[in-house]
Design a protein around this ligand. Structure first.
Ligand code: GLA
Length: 385
């Protein structure tokens, strides 16, 4: 068990005076391509990363879920079962756990009293889905405690529902489905309409490098929701339920006929093109064509910057520095945008030099504390040995 899993176990022992029944882990994710497509019923191609949320758990005789965090700055809590729950604004991280309990109970799951000790190493607010990791790990642990069988897709759907309805963030399914269902050594092509998943082996010749710009995503919820509603308006103007059902030709015709103004056309263009790029990226990966995959990532970033307008100077700069370095095959922002992280595809033998060079190049531009890591494609949620 790695450090964070061991810390969750230790925290459990110290807090509850006995050992946990087991430790579960749900990973964060990085999306290789397919951005702002999930809520348009489209396609995404994420990997799970080797950082995540660990929960040591055991059932208890209390009719409550008692929670401790290995981070001593976060207070412990006890959340009663079978009672209406109200979000506590002072301790936002509880609301994720409360939301999970609420949606499980609303779905008719007979939860058992449970003790949890948490330890996570996904940096919060960096766009690597620390909240999805917390939700997926919580639901997975609570379901195991009451021996209620649900598929991992169902776990992801419930986790997304907790975030949408209780926490109040209108995210799509990308983050939760990645944390629940990704496989080690594979990227996952997900169809966000059918939830059909295809696991595509990652080549050994490339490394995935994640770079946190240090820029935290101010105003993200309002800007994210604005993009969502622009896409929904676009779909209405094109007489389809979701932009997934639109072709580039149909889009151009609708614009020529005056059904969409130029801004709406640009927003929709990104989504339509990105869905095509994402499926093409999975095909490139299968064919071992990393150069072509990298180019698709570059095109994705250009559209997110110029047409969808969700990048920021820090993201654009990090991508430009990455692109100027030897061995880089492609680079783009990842996640919601407006700050957070970039993802670069780098030839494996160049990755070691790439990491410090990227940090140094970015430091010339921005004083923000950046962090760069190489991540393997990790497994989705599971029990830690
Ligand atoms: C955030 C959301 C996801 C997805 C991405 C953009 O990470 O939580 O559902 O919409 O932004 O691709």
């Amino acid at each position: 068990m790695d450090d964070c899993g061991a810390r969750a176990r230790r925290c459990f022992e110290e807090s509850f005076g006995r050992g946990p029944r087991e430790v579960v882990r749900a990973p964060g994710r990085v999306n290789l391509i397919g951005e702002h497509t999930d809520y348009n019923d489209g396609f995404c191609l994420p990997i799970a990363i080797d950082r995540g949320m660990y929960i040591a758990w055991d059932v208890s005789a209390h009719d409550a879920v008692r929670v401790y965090n290995a981070d001593p700055s976060l207070p412990s809590t006890s959340i009663p079962l079978r009672q209406p729950l109200h979000k506590e604004p002072e301790t936002p991280w509880y609301s994720y756990i409360q939301g999970c309990i609420q949606v499980l109970q609303d779905a008719g799951v007979e939860l058992r009293g449970c003790d949890l000790a948490l330890c996570g190493d996904v940096p919060m607010g960096s766009g690597l889905s620390s909240s999805a990791a917390l939700e997926v790990a919580t639901i997975f642990a609570l379901l195991r405690a009451c021996e209620h069988p649900l598929s991992l897709q169902e776990v992801a759907v419930l986790a997304q529902r907790a975030e949408n309805t209780f926490v109040g963030v209108q995210c799509g399914i990308l983050d939760q489905l990645s944390s629940a269902c990704c496989r080690a050594g594979h990227a996952m092509l997900m169809d966000c309409r059918s939830l059909e998943l295809q696991h595509v082996p990652m080549g050994d010749d490339v490394a995935v490098v994640i770079a946190d710009t240090g820029k935290r995503r101010g105003l993200v919820d309002s800007a994210y929701n604005e993009r969502r509603s622009q896409c929904e308006m676009g779909a209405r103007a094109l007489a389809v339920s979701h932009l997934r059902d639109v072709t580039m030709q149909g889009l151009m015709m609708a614009h020529d006929q005056g059904a969409l103004d130029t801004l709406a056309k640009q927003r929709c263009e990104h989504v339509v093109a990105e869905n095509g790029r994402t499926r093409a990226a999975a095909a490139c990966m299968r064919a071992g064509d990393s150069d072509a995959l990298g180019l698709l990532m570059d095109q994705s970033h250009a559209d997110l910057r110029d047409k969808f307008a969700v990048t920021c100077p820090e993201l654009d700069h990090m991508v430009a520095v990455a692109r100027s370095l030897p061995g880089c095959l492609g680079a783009r922002m990842t996640g919601a945008g407006f700050g957070g992280c970039t993802v670069s595809l780098v030839q494996r033998d160049a990755a070691e030099d790439f990491v410090p060079a990227l940090l140094a190049g970015y430091a010339q531009y921005s004083p923000l504390p950046a962090a760069v890591y190489v991540s393997a494609a990790a497994p989705g949620v599971g029990v830690v040995a």
